[in-house]
Design a binder for this molecule. Sequence first.
Ligand SMILES: [Zn+2]
Length: 264
Amino acid sequence: MPEESSPTPHAWRPARFMVIVAHPDDADFGPAATAARWIDEGSTGWLVCCTSGDAGADDWRTDPLELAALRETEQRAAAGIVGYEGVSFLHQPDGALANDLALRELLVREIRTFRPDAVLTIDPETVFHGDGGVNHIDHRVAGIAAVDAVYPAARNAMAFPWLARDGLEPWTVRRLYLSWSNKPTAWVDVTTTLDRKLAALRAHASQIRQPEALEGRIREWAREEGQPIGVEAAEAHRVIVIEDDEDEGPTHAHDPETEGADGA
Ligand SMILES: [Zn+2]
């Protein structure tokens, strides 16, 4: 059998990117170090949290509104450390996120407003993390909602026509980067920004009981993800190329048999 060529560090960088996740802290457990690196190199990033994490406490007596406010404050602090230009909270219910038309419209509004070249979200196909754990349903829902908003709704002039009437023109996102995938295809060297990811995670103080243990786990994870490309620390992504560009050819062979038209 021919030896598979080993992957090289992922070099493509979007000028503008949007991270869409379910909860405050997801983006920081997810692609924060990639985001920080891209921002350091000149990209502009925006973070969208579908919920405000109002179910993220162990005590059922917790006031969900107070918790949501605290978690938004923590997420804004973390986003400042990573360097996002801003954060949107869509205030959907934690634990009950639904990939419905209402959420899709909210996400299309965000995408058409910020106009990202790439959207980073959670791989909606990850039900289980390998054989070690279940991926929270809100994560999967946020992921598939982001995918459905990117394609075709954000680029389709006929989708939510009142948005275009309000001046939010259709927008084509070129790529999806999916975190926590069981099928990664791209490894971003984050040796220089892993510490920023750790600092961003520490900002979620209400969620982290043992910051030192967490730091060890994150460093080990980054080290493992760095191995395929031979670097100290990396974040792995599953990249879906929607629109090819000249900078870098398609990362996947296209199959014209199975490719449909753009329409609804
Ligand atoms: Zn989460």
